[in-house]
Write a protein that binds this ligand. Structure first.
Ligand SMILES: Cc1ncc(COP(=O)(O)O)c(C=O)c1O
Length: 393
């Protein structure tokens, strides 16, 4: 990245999301050992940081450097991730008798998904902290992103992935020089394997929300959305939720920008879309105490949505509650239909996860939970090209 003498990071605290206990943000940290919950980072958000300061910076996530946890810009590991386009979906909107339907298209990120954002920040931080080996359980996209950023940073990467993941996700790990371990099962089984392999603590565990840095990268989507909508947020944002870092991160960004004085309320309704084959959030909304007991997760063509036991469940439920949000379920046929509508009407081959957000939009429009005149933003979190094996038989 072009060096333009950024101001120091405004990071001021690392704390347990459950009990608020402070942890040292200058040393390598994983999750909160006090409560077994995610750690969160906070920043000095006084109003002495005008929007104008970022306006002319390079179009990557690092334009928000002061609001990210890396202390020294020399440690930035960037492949030019971020500032992905927001596209107005005129044809899909018209097809549904709607007007203001938009897509934030994460396709153009390095390795083809929004996972690049989180891994750019986390690997930059790993470099800063002198970490030499990382391990990640993944549904596919995060593994490729970790492998690419680790290659650039000279850090060893181990990726643990379900064996049924499309081949390209495995091949890219090999090409970027990562060690790949395949598991018969879902990402939760990969997570168990990662813990087992890391018994001696040889690796830094990059599991979703089991470290605090990937979330900070993901939150840049929220900053960009505000910037791209000229600091007036859309009414509804529809996000395909797996472990939930995008949902939690976007909401975190909105709150930070409000404290900075960059945006005013009201905030959007946040919608978490899940596959009917694996819908832990809607199970937890129905029964927050016993949801795991009668829950049988299955694989889906939207690999990133098959996250049976998200570590950040409480944080996702907080976002849904604070935003008067919704959970929506989509089935496999609907996801396929969504992909074909996107390709044939808009010329975009979205990921199955991205297609799911369009189906959710249709459902919410049908039930009157979205109404004409609102501004709705869908998130296409990755390219569909990596999923062709799932889509075409
Ligand atoms: C394309 C895509 N969309 C959405 C998700 C879900 O992301 P998160 O786990 O951050 O909610 C993933 C995760 O693998 C993904 O690869």
């Amino acid at each position: 990245m072009e060096k333009n003498h950024l101001n120091p990071s405004r990071i001021n605290r690392l704390y347990c999301s459950q009990c608020n206990t402070a942890y040292d943000y200058r040393t390598a940290q994983t999750f909160a050992t006090c409560c077994g919950k995610p750690l969160l980072i906070s920043y000095d958000l006084d109003t002495d940081f005008p929007i104008s300061r970022i306006k002319d910076r390079p179009n990557t996530i690092w334009r928000y450097f002061e609001l990210l946890p890396v202390l020294d810009e020399a440690n930035i590991v960037s492949l030019n991730e971020g500032m992905t386009p927001v596209i107005q979906l005129e044809k899909l909107a018209a097809r549904n008798g709607f007007d203001q339907l938009f897509l934030k298209d994460e396709t153009n990120n390095p390795t083809g998904s929004f996972k690049a954002r989180g891994l750019s920040v986390a690997i930059s931080k790993a470099k800063e902290l002198g970490i030499r080996k990382c391990i990640i359980p993944t549904a596919g996209n995060a593994g490729g992103a970790l492998a690419a950023y680790c290659a650039k940073a000279n850090i060893a990467a181990t990726v643990i992935m379900p064996a049924h993941t499309p081949r390209v996700f495995k091949d890219e790990c090999f090409l970027y020089g990562a060690e790949l371990v395949l598991i018969d099962g879902l990402i939760s089984d990969c997570g168990k394997k990662a813990q087992e392999m890391n018994k001696e603590g040889a690796y830094f565990d990059m599991s979703t929300l089991k470290e605090p840095y990937r979330l900070e990268g993901k939150k840049t989507m929220g900053y960009e959305i505000a910037e791209q909508f000229d600091w007036e947020l859309p009414d509804v944002i529809i996000y395909p939720a797996g472990g939930g870092t995008g949902l939690i991160g976007i909401w975190k960004a909105f709150n930070e920008m409000k404290a900075l004085g960059w945006i005013k309320g009201p905030f959007p309704k946040m919608v978490a879309v899940q596959s009917a084959k694996c819908a832990p959030i809607s199970e937890a909304v129905k029964d927050p105490i016993h949801w795991k007991e009668n829950f049988t997760p299955e694989a889906t063509i939207a690999n990133g949505l098959a996250v049976p036991y998200p570590f950040g469940m409480d944080l996702m439920l907080d976002v849904l509650s604070a935003s008067n949000g919704e959970t929506v379920l989509v089935n496999e046929d609907e996801i396929m239909k969504g992909i074909l509508e996107f390709t044939r009407k808009e010329g975009i081959l979205v990921s199955p996860e991205g297609a799911a957000t369009y189906i959710a939009f249709q459902q919410l429009l049908g039930s009157g939970k979205i109404t004409e005149g609102q501004k709705v933003l869908l998130l296409n979190t990755g390219t569909g090209y990596k999923y062709l094996e799932n889509i075409i038989h």
